[in-house]
Design a protein. Structure first.
Length: 66
């Protein structure tokens, strides 16, 4: 076995800042830095703190105006 060098493993995704706290993300919790930050984000989605805005459809299905 001597001086065999291990192959270099490249990460699949480039690390980025955690959307919760700003620390570098980890491979296991991407794009978050930890399980805690991942759970906080999920909790906000489930409680309705985050919402995707919806534009009101101005056209009525019957073509009627109220």
């Amino acid at each position: 076995m001597g001086n065999e060098s291990k192959p270099r493993v490249e990460p699949l995704r480039k690390p980025r800042e955690c959307p919760e706290c700003g620390r570098p993300s980890t491979r296991e919790n991407y794009p978050f830095c930890s399980d805690r930050c991942r759970q906080l984000d999920l909790s906000r989605w489930l409680t309705g703190s985050y919402a995707i805005p919806v534009a009101e459809d101005e056209s009525k299905p019957d073509g009627e105006e109220y």
